[in-house]
Design a protein around this ligand. Structure first.
Ligand SMILES: [Zn+2]
Length: 159
């Protein structure tokens, strides 16, 4: 198995009014010329967790961070008007938490982050601030939502 240091959360950046199934996502990634869906797990609006790329394989979901990470994506991320929004359904929140509990137990010390949290820290203040986000993905604060699952001490320095 690979060394896993990061669990990176993503959204599909599709509207909450629109379906984007596991099979659609996988087909779009294959159309990019990738060998499989880029994510390891895909959570549809009904809360179902679909197995994507096998964990032992490097994913394709966050440039520069794929080798030692697991990619988890939920269907949604935009409101009906197309603006970034935490559109996770209750079912998605439920299964995402259960999945993250399982993964952090399997890979102790892995840090849960949103894709946007891995944007470059341009001003070098030790934090990736909202004006430094390259994109909004996953459209919620992963470090805050899953603070209780983060490695001890990780969030001690955050304000
Ligand atoms: Zn993303």
């Amino acid at each position: 198995m690979r060394t896993i240091t990061l669990i990176i959360l993503h959204c599909t950046a599709t509207r909450t009014t629109q379906r984007y199934t596991f099979h659609q996502c996988r087909a779009d990634h294959l159309a990019h010329g990738w060998k499989d869906i880029g994510y390891h797990y895909y959570i549809t609006r009904d809360g179902q967790v679909h197995d994507g790329r096998p964990l032992r394989q490097v994913g394709a979901h966050c440039k520069g961070h794929n080798r030692h990470s697991i990619g988890v994506c939920y269907e949604g991320g935009l409101d009906a008007a197309g603006h970034p929004c935490d559109t996770r359904t209750a079912a998605q929140r439920h299964t995402m938490r259960a999945l993250l509990e399982r993964l952090t137990a399997q890979f102790p010390g892995a840090i849960i982050m949103g894709h946007r949290d891995l944007s470059p820290d341009r001003d070098g203040n030790g934090r990736v601030d909202p004006d430094e986000w390259l994109k909004q993905c996953p459209c919620f604060d992963a470090l805050c939502d899953y603070a209780d699952l983060e490695p001890p001490g990780l969030l001690d320095d955050t304000i």
